[in-house]
Design a protein around this ligand. Structure first.
Ligand SMILES: [Zn+2]
Length: 199
């Protein structure tokens, strides 16, 4: 099924419908509520109003066995969007939403989470921060620095630089750089650089 919704900024969302429940639920009314959500919560994050938004809406649990009367997951949807300004992709969004039939509204799947459109400016800022964290962590490791501040928020970092573990984290939760080491050689084995929030 393909639903085409028209508004001044042209929003086109293609829903996937595979269960009886979702066949009843996903209709032009729901898509109009989705369009309102996209306009107010997502498109507003772009530097200027997009000319065109298109993407898909897929139930997170699209099997009949998840659609019982007491199901807590049947109204969860994954939304995947591209925002275009002129001929450029100005931003993308991928995230889970909850639809409330009672309120006739969409909400973030986790009520208090912040839904972020990845814009070019955010992507560039994220890359800069990532590079800064990598450079800083290399220095902390190689020069055995014990005190440093977060390149994003300037808080004093928590640093563990031990034979088996290298862990640098921001107490404000901007990032966590965590690697396990081979205690004999000091070589980094496995780990991650995790950013808790988009820039
Ligand atoms: Zn920080």
């Amino acid at each position: 099924m393909f639903a085409q919704l028209r508004s001044p900024m042209s929003i086109r969302v293609e829903p996937t419908i595979s269960t009886i429940y979702h066949r009843g639920m996903i209709n032009s009314g729901l898509l109009a509520h989705l369009e309102r959500f996209i306009s107010t919560e997502l498109a507003s994050q772009l530097p200027s109003p997009p000319d065109d938004i298109h993407g898909t809406l897929v139930p997170c649990y699209d099997e009949e066995r998840y659609c019982g009367p007491n199901s807590a997951v049947k109204d969860l949807y994954r939304l995947d969007l591209s925002f275009r300004i002129g001929s450029d992709i100005a931003g993308t969004f991928k995230g889970d939403l909850r639809y409330s039939p009672a309120d006739q509204s969409f909400f973030p799947r986790y009520r208090h989470s912040r839904l972020v459109v990845i814009t070019q400016a955010r992507q560039e800022a994220q890359k800069l921060l990532s590079n800064a964290v990598h450079t800083l962590c290399r220095r902390i490791c190689e020069e055995h620095i014990t005190e440093a501040t977060c390149p994003k928020c300037a808080a004093g970092l928590d640093i563990i630089n031990s034979p088996a573990l290298f862990d640098v984290s921001c107490p404000q939760r901007c990032f966590n750089y965590n690697f396990h080491r081979d205690p004999s050689s000091g070589e980094f084995q496995h780990g991650h650089l995790f950013f808790s929030q988009q820039v």
